[in-house]
Design a binder for this molecule. Structure first.
Ligand code: RP5
Length: 157
């Protein structure tokens, strides 16, 4: 049973989804992935959400990015929206952030499929000790890299 459902508004959003997929694979979090558009295939979005056993949704969309909000309208499971960059950028960011009261969507940064996957893992880790330990180790590795980077910068000046 997949723990995370990734839904893309369009196949063109795949590069952003790839960032999420590589993080989910790194943490051995099972996922399913599909393409469904809030505007072009609204019924398909409803069917996918209502038919999914996933615990967390990651919705990736650009332009007038209604997809995360529409997914949230069909479920009380957590929905993480990933705005996809384009000509304007603020269009997708605001479409995802500015949800009306009562139907929240968590928003990560522009094209940040990786952060969406980490946040999904953090949500799942509340009841998964293995995942919580893996996330802690990931943070420690990040911190070590900053220290190593600093040494390299100092040595190169
Ligand atoms: C959005 O419109 C999609 O999520 C995508 O980011 C954007 C462009 O879609 P395509 O015209 O490339 O299918 O709905």
């Amino acid at each position: 049973m997949p723990k995370v459902s990734i839904i893309l508004g369009s196949k063109s959003d795949l590069p952003v989804a790839d960032r999420a997929i590589s993080i989910l694979r790194e943490f051995s979090v099972t996922f399913e992935i599909s393409v469904a558009s809030a505007h072009r295939t609204p019924k398909r979005v409803e069917e996918l959400v209502e038919g999914s056993d996933a615990s967390v949704f990651i919705a990736i969309a650009g332009l007038s990015a209604a997809l995360p909000g529409v997914i949230a309208s069909f479920t009380t499971k957590p929905v993480i929206g990933v705005p996809v960059s384009g000509k304007l950028n603020m269009d997708s960011v605001l479409s995802i952030v500015q949800m009306p009261a009562g139907v929240p969507v968590a928003a990560v940064g522009l094209d940040r499929g990786d952060n969406a996957a980490i946040l999904a893992a953090e949500i799942l880790a509340v009841s998964d000790e293995r995942l919580a330990a893996a996330l802690l180790e990931y943070r420690e590795r990040q911190a070590e890299k900053v220290v190593e980077d600093s040494k390299e910068v100092v040595a190169g000046v």
